[in-house]
Design a protein around this ligand. Sequence first.
Ligand code: AKB
Length: 317
Amino acid sequence: MERILVIGSSGQIGSELVLALRKIHGGENVFATDIKYPPKEVGKTGPFQILDVLDFNNLLHFLVRHKITQVYNLAAVLSGNAEKIPLQAWDINMKALMNTLEAARQSDAKKLFWPSSIAIFGPTTPMEETPQLTVMEPNTVYGISKLAGERWGEYYHNRYDIDFRSVRYPGLISYKTEPGGGTTDYAVEIFFEAIKKGMYECFLSEDTGLPMMFMDDAINNTIKLMDCDSSKLSLRSGYNMAGISFTPKTLSEAIKKHIPDFSISYKPDFRQAIADSWPASIDESVAIADWGLHTEYDLDRMTAVMLEKIREQLEEA
Ligand code: AKB
């Protein structure tokens, strides 16, 4: 029986991942932790505790006391926010990972999921159908920390036999908990603004293509990777994960099919340079071959679900 710790359970990915894991493993076996309180559903369906992953002794103590076997560490400062506080973001992102790797080594929590990102690629990377293994020269703090993190994960796997697994998430789109401080956040904000105001001012230019994924697909595939037989995994860095590639303009056109009067304007800010350094589309063939990566949502399906669920949510509030 698995005993699972989710670090960062109040965030965009964590709040949905905890609920999905609890359905599979039972509420009492999935421990949610964060430095801030979680959405109601996370608090109601199983244990939650305030835990700072930067405090190594507390983390190790938690793993041992609760006999944890698997950890999902989702704590991170995202790309946009990281550029505002470069040294602090580097410290937080790296320490959060290194503490988890080291705590895994010193306990029975040998299986570890840690999210990498398309941010590991940089301006010298081929921008279309970016291969799994290619030039990686990220020029953002967040990207540098993700690339270093992949290297450390693989190192701990090779040297200490830690069962490290990771995917390079594209921008993630969800209606339950909003992301905070990322470059791909526009693709979530746009839905809320479309419903509330019928208009959106985008901080990226209209033709900025980026890979994105609906949260249900991201969660299902994350769990699929973690459940996969270890012998099938040909790599222990991060697997490319493509999702759907679109620009702000194509997304606005998909929204207009539901809200014909919706209007979008463009005022690129500092995040434009970050987006310009990332791929527009990704080759995910290695993940498909190794562990069966599979997505269900295309742009139109995702748009319809986002608009429907956000409307329901706003009506209930
Ligand atoms: C961000 O925009 O920083 C993240 C990411 C692509 O990792 N969503």
